[in-house]
Design a protein around this ligand. Sequence first.
Ligand SMILES: O=C(O)CCC(=O)C(=O)O
Ligand SMILES: [Fe+2]
Length: 274
Amino acid sequence: MKEVFEKVYGVIKTPEYVFKELVHRVPAPFYKPDFNVDEDLKENFRQLQTNGITVLDRIIDAEYLELIREEFDAVIENQKGSNPDSYHSIEPFLKGVCLLDLALERRILGLVAQYFRKPFGLSRTDALRLLPTTAGPHGSFQWHHDTRGKQLHAMILLTDVGADGQAMRYLNGSHRKVYSYHRGRQKPLFNKDVSELKIKNISYLVGRAGSVALFDSNGLHAGHRNNSYTRDSLTFCFATWRHFFPVKVRRGAFDKLSREQQGVLLYNPKLTII
Ligand SMILES: O=C(O)CCC(=O)C(=O)O
Ligand SMILES: [Fe+2]
């Protein structure tokens, strides 16, 4: 009985749900982006639009990467994660200024602005260290979408990640999908959907340390755990509506940002400046 009721409820709720999601995707008519796509990233932008994912190869130089890595180590120290053999922090901006500068990097924001073509904010942050593990798939390490509609994640690799490493997988082109009410709210229940599809449609989030992947988390993706080697990464999420999580920054670091970068932070109603 409960099942039938849920099914019927889903059918009734789906039109409104789909309508909201489609409106959410429409660009703002008079939007003037504060950030633009560099000429050399035009191909990446095309890939992002077509596949829902693109990797910018090593856009962070070695010296800056060293500083980022030092700050990252301080951020995750003692922060044991809920995933097996992992360290995790959702407050990466309290130990220095490098990680905040990175989250608001001009080239990343250029791609985000062009992708949404409407105002957006930094909605969530994750610093994650995945140690080698024998743990099987669970949580975000199974096929899922993030249940927040059109949203961009910038995942910055701080260590080299090859196809043999703990590389996220992404189902190319799945970012366009509009889900029904229930499918739109289900998390890791898509394993079956993907195993039935052809492997050639899948991108691996691989790259050298300092590479940045941008992907639309409305598309299906799966983190991957294995016993190979450690993966360190930072993920900065950008959203245009509703799906904002608390983000904390320090006053001194905030004041040093450009007005446009500050705007990306202030767009998040859950921003705290301390
Ligand atoms: O860390 C991973 O490989 C998975 C990340 C993920 O699911 C996400 O950023 O939405
Ligand atoms: Fe995800």
